[in-house]
Ligand binder design. Structure first.
Ligand code: COA
Length: 112
């Protein structure tokens, strides 16, 4: 597990069990009294740099469907929405997003 934390925010990264080229990004937070000042974007840039530094090929995270701020941060840093599911713990829709995926071509799938 990699932990990044300053007084303006924090996040954690784990490798997916069984597939260590996939990063699972979670616990991304900016303290309430610092929100709305761009720290979310800066924190995301730190996360991007760490994903590159550790040579991950792919990364995933989840976000509540109604979390427009976090979705804006994800979009701006080039992440892509992958899927939605109905979350029985939060009783909300949860979205799955990814970084690093390229649409697979017929040629790719023949070589896999
Ligand atoms: C989500 C979170 C990290 C955002 O941090 P932040 O420092 O407030 O974010 P920023 O100031 O960098 O702003 C992010 C973007 O959201 C946009 N935004 C703000 N309020 C918004 C709203 N109501 N609807 C849509 N976009 C909004 C901002 O305009 C900004 O985009 P822009 O700079 O391109 O215009 C912070 O709110 C947080 O910690 N929330 C609780 C924990 C959480 O939800 N973590 C994510 C778990 S997946």
């Amino acid at each position: 597990m990699t932990r990044f934390a300053t007084r303006f925010g924090a996040f954690e990264i784990d490798s997916l069990p069984g597939q260590c080229q996939v990063a699972v990004c979670h616990s991304f937070v900016v303290p309430e009294d610092h929100r709305g000042n761009g720290h979310g974007h800066h924190l995301k840039a730190e996360q991007e740099a760490l994903l590159d530094h550790h040579h991950y090929d792919f990364a995933v995270c989840t976000v509540a469907a109604g979390n427009e701020r976090q979705k804006r941060i994800l979009e701006k840093s080039g992440w892509r929405h992958l899927a939605n599911f109905r979350n029985r713990r939060s009783c909300e829709t949860t979205e799955l997003w990814c970084r690093g995926a390229t649409p697979s071509t017929t040629e790719d799938s023949h070589h896999e």
